[in-house]
Design a protein around this ligand. Structure first.
Ligand SMILES: [Zn+2]
Ligand SMILES: [Zn+2]
Length: 241
């Protein structure tokens, strides 16, 4: 499969990642990617940057080593109503907007509460992608999530980092398989991400590929095959809701 983009990665700015934007871009170029997303954690994760970092992203060139850059954030979902950890006026300035649940700043609730939290964010026109909706510590109703993603045109992520056995997310493999089967059934597009926290992991999708193969996931539902398709998708996502 030809993959043109990896949209979800972190640099030293996130506080627990280890490379610079230039190092990440250089690696993306080496791996043959056309587009790299840099999406630092918004506040709520210990050691990450302040809001002012996101407010000043205009100074960063949008191309390095022949790779296009999209600069954005991975924003925290804070409560069961889908409250986000970054103000709308800052989100509006970002090239790409990912939101997800992180246990540092979200208290897992019932399956209904967690599902409601994610669906409210899926409905939010400012958010393009839901990151790693796969942690068994925060159970979700996948049927409802996948149907909402279809209705509101939001991308669900298959996160290579989550399914690494050293990661502490619970039952991530089983949960992703369940989600992917539903995406296949309802014809819902997904995005695969490395969630790299160091340059060498940029464009690393090896574990994601294993799962995709296991569920015989149709290639045409993987948005990473085309930068143009990805950009159209997020444009539509923001307008359609
Ligand atoms: Zn994350
Ligand atoms: Zn991340």
């Amino acid at each position: 499969m030809n993959i043109e983009l990896d949209i979800h990665t972190h640099t030293i700015v996130s506080g627990h990642a280890y490379s610079t934007i230039r190092e990440m871009a250089k690696e993306a170029s080496k791996k043959g990617l056309k587009l790299l997303g840099i999406t630092e954690h918004a506040k709520g994760i210990p050691g990450t940057c302040a809001d002012i970092y996101f407010e000043n992203l205009r100074v960063v060139p949008r191309e390095m080593y022949g790779v296009e850059l999209m600069l954005g954030a991975e924003i925290n979902i804070l409560d069961y109503n889908g409250k986000l950890s970054l103000e709308d006026r800052i989100i509006d300035k970002l090239d790409v907007r990912i939101a997800g649940i992180h246990n540092h700043c979200y208290t897992p609730g019932t399956i209904e509460q967690n599902t409601n939290a994610v669906i409210e964010v899926i409905k939010n026109p400012k958010i393009d992608i839901i990151s790693h909706p796969d942690d068994g510590l925060c159970p979700l109703d996948y049927d409802a999530i996948v149907q909402a993603a279809k209705k509101y045109n939001t991308l669900l992520e298959l996160n290579n980092n989550s399914i690494n056995p050293v990661n502490c997310r619970k039952n991530a493999i089983e949960n992703n398989i369940h989600m992917l089967k539903l995406c296949k059934e309802y014809n819902v597009q997904i995005i695969i991400s490395s969630d790299a926290h160091i340059d060498t992991d940029v464009g690393r999708f090896n574990l994601a590929y294993e799962i995709l193969q296991e569920v015989h996931f149709p290639e045409e539902l993987i948005i990473n095959r085309s930068v143009i398709d990805f950009k159209n998708k997020i444009k539509n996502t923001r307008c359609a809701k």
